[in-house]
Design a binder for this molecule. Structure first.
Ligand SMILES: Nc1ncnc2c1ncn2[C@@H]1O[C@H](COP(=O)(O)OP(=O)(O)OP(=O)(O)O)[C@@H](O)[C@H]1O
Ligand SMILES: [Mg+2]
Length: 237
């Protein structure tokens, strides 16, 4: 089966600094893969390469069998790659409804707005209860859901999510993960970067461990031994 996302022997650099060395990984249709590793290992860089934000210096990025190496972010988006943005990329002074309406009008045209809103509120009932509230006054987790709703309604082939749980209370993290699970059930593949490894392992089928810009281990989540987890937090061991 053609992988939804494939990185082939990817190297990447920021100016003279080389961040990735021959990284290869695949995410299959409907598969959820957790990308773990110590701080600075290169997880965010992999997420950027996978969404077209950073072009590899060598190697290839293939989406659904199509080589998108060197293409722009919007071409990745058009091919079905969604990037759950870090932080809270919402318009603070607009309501939840207005935020979503703006995105959907741009993505699906005026006629697509009502359907998009219905879907977003079905996906995130919390937002439905707060549709007239200004986005700036939503809680951190609710803002994260609002920015997720804006990309997810397009039912992407794959969602690349970087540190979705960062700074969120445990109960909100649970809600965010519940929505990822629902998304998965709808057939979207996931590539999840997560510091809270336990959460990521629960959700994902497979783990890719990065170490100093290279893949050092990959295997089923169930086989991700304590040693792998320990290495994430203490690479010296
Ligand atoms: N814009 C940049 N310019 C220069 N170096 C960068 C840039 N972004 C990242 N790096 C470097 O590339 C390496 C990998 O960074 P990356 O952000 O991919 O790590 P990470 O695994 O996501 O870490 P963390 O868990 O701390 O988020 C780090 O050494 C980092 O300092
Ligand atoms: Mg990072």
């Amino acid at each position: 089966m053609t992988p939804v996302l494939e990185l082939r022997d990817v190297a990447a650099a920021y100016g003279p600094f080389r961040a990735l060395f021959g990284v290869s990984l695949t995410v299959g249709p409907g598969e959820a893969v957790a990308l773990v590793g110590a701080n600075g290992a290169g997880k965010t860089t992999v997420a950027r390469v996978a969404t077209g934000l950073v072009a590899p210096t060598s190697g290839a990025v293939v989406v659904d069998g199509v080589d998108l190496t060197g293409k722009r972010t919007y071409e990745f988006a058009r091919a079905g790659v969604a990037h759950a943005p870090e932080g809270r990329s919402v318009f603070a002074t607009l309501t939840v409804d207005e935020n979503l309406t703006l995105s959907f009008r741009r993505l699906r045209g005026r006629k697509g707005v009502p359907g998009g809103l219905d879907l977003a509120y079905e996906m995130f009932p919390v937002l439905g209860r707060r549709r007239q509230q200004t986005a700036g006054t939503l809680s951190g987790g609710e803002q994260r859901m609002l920015s997720m709703a804006r990309v997810l309604v397009e039912s992407p082939k794959i969602l690349v999510a970087d540190e979705l749980s960062l700074g969120l209370a445990p109960i909100i993290v649970d809600e965010v993960y519940a929505s990822l699970e629902r998304l998965r059930q709808q057939g979207t593949s996931l590539l999840i970067v997560e510091q809270q490894v336990a959460h990521a392992l629960d959700l994902c089928d497979r783990v890719v461990l990065l170490d100093h810009g290279a893949v050092s281990w990959t295997g089923a989540s169930a086989e991700a031994t304590d040693r792998v987890i320990t290495q994430v937090f203490d690479p010296a061991t």
